[in-house]
Write a protein that binds this ligand. Structure first.
Ligand code: ZN
Length: 426
């Protein structure tokens, strides 16, 4: 895979050619073709069982970890687990997961150190993600090693892991605050000895999308192996950074469910796929079982005792709720008017909000139909006026709006029971 320029989906990735050729561009939101871009040909390294275990609220017992392997059925390419060198139970869990025969490859994340590497290769994992800090801050205040030592150790570890027939990634930590020349010469050296992937990690969440694009693009010209990227979300750029990394030629993205991880976490799996399904619908829909997303997020949210944020892409409680009258009318005519994502792709349904003073009669008309009632358009408009009048006085719930509709309907029939009109449902 490495050293010959034919990385799985890097510089010679088929996607760019297709996109620039135009023949495969079925979607107007796809970026203009770029032969380095991997937006329609990327792999996910799912790290809920490693990065996610570093989340403040996370304590994953063996049973919880096994449940989270639903990620395998979801379709992620890799599942990364905590280093077996971390604790005796971590080692046992790693071994147990490796024995399950999952489709996803199992990786473990270890320090760039021969002792850790020796423990890891004995667990049955498919590969090791090796990491070491390269910023001057980390070199001075964390491990205290210089670049020459880092390079020598990295090569030793990589050659050892490869001699065992396993996949190996070498990543710097805090890449965006590391010296560029140091970084590139280190990556070049590990690429030369046949590392499968090099990793760029925005460990502190400081990078902007443009910085990411520039660094990945530069690195793409220096190494021929795959490029993995890892983005923390401290400044809210983790999804945008992942997207720009793919545009610049990165091949692998690290994610966790709901983004859980150290501090406020990393690129969330669901948020990344929301972004990617818009850009590359065929690729994402054929590869991932998107209808499982909500149950996986719910399971992880419960395990770490958090709620799914209201503004979470796809699964936030109001992600497919339309409220303003003008939106509701258009959505009822054609959902694409105000939806870039189709809730049905994720096994979800849209909801047209009709219990507010912003509602329009089209939304109320739909609700009348859902309640199995019959009204003319004029009657629906009259009923809508009553809902708005009540909603001007106080916030109203769905039940309130429903009872206004029902009692209005009742009065119609009390007055003129024979004048019932044809059903208004579409
Ligand atoms: Zn991290």
């Amino acid at each position: 895979m490495c050293g010959n320029g034919s990385n799985a989906n890097g510089a010679k990735g088929a996607n760019g050619t297709k996109a620039s050729g135009g023949a495969f561009r079925t979607n107007p939101y796809q970026p203009v073709g770029d032969y380095l871009s991997n937006v329609a040909n990327f792999k996910i390294i799912e790290s809920t069982l490693r990065e996610g275990e570093q989340f403040a609220n996370a304590y994953f017992d063996t049973e919880t970890k096994i449940k989270m392997l639903a990620l395998d059925a979801f379709g992620v390419d890799y599942i990364e687990v905590t280093s077996p060198a971390a604790s005796e139970q971590s080692r046992k869990d790693c071994e147990a997961i490796c024995k399950l025969g999952l489709k996803a490859k199992i990786l473990t994340h270890v320090r760039c150190d021969m002792r850790d590497a020796r423990i890891a290769v004995e667990t049955g994992v498919d590969g090791l993600d090796v990491v070491i800090g390269t910023s001057s801050l980390l070199r001075e205040h964390s491990h205290g090693k210089d670049m020459a030592y880092i390079e020598k150790t990295a090569i030793e570890v990589i050659e050892y892991v490869k001699s065992k027939g396993l996949e190996v990634r070498f990543s710097s930590e805090d890449s965006f605050r590391s010296d560029l020349v140091d970084l590139l010469s280190l990556y070049k050296a590990v690429d030369k000895v046949g590392v499968n992937r090099v990793g760029i990690a925005d460990t502190v969440g400081c990078a902007s999308p443009r910085q990411v694009y520039d660094l990945v693009r530069t690195l793409r010209g220096v190494v021929s192996c795959d490029i993995e990227t890892h983005f923390h979300d401290d400044t809210g750029c983790s999804i945008a950074n992942a997207f720009c990394a793919l545009e610049a030629g990165a091949t692998h993205i690290d994610t966790s469910v709901l983004g859980i991880g150290e501090r406020n976490g990393i690129t969330p799996l669901g948020g990344l796929l929301a972004r990617m399904v818009v850009t590359s619908p065929e690729y994402v829909k054929s590869k991932y079982k998107l209808t499982m997303l909500k149950e996986i997020e719910d399971m992880v949210a419960e395990a770490v005792e958090v709620n799914t944020p209201f503004n979470n892409p796809i699964t936030g409680f109001c992600a497919f709720t339309h409220k303003a009258g003008i939106h509701a009318k258009a959505i009822l005519n054609n959902p694409s008017t105000y939806e870039i994502l189709n809730p049905a792709d994720f096994g979800l349904t849209r909801y047209v909000h009709f219990a507010s003073r912003l509602t329009g009669w089209n939304a109320v008309k739909t609700r009348v139909g859902q309640l199995g009632l019959v009204m003319t358009d004029d009657q629906v408009k009259e009923c809508t006026a009553k809902i708005k009048a009540m909603a001007d006085v106080r916030p109203i719930a769905i039940d309130d709006a429903d009872s206004i509709i029902r009692s209005f309907h009742l009065t119609l029939h009390e007055v003129a029971p024979t004048e019932a009109q044809a059903p208004v449902t579409a």
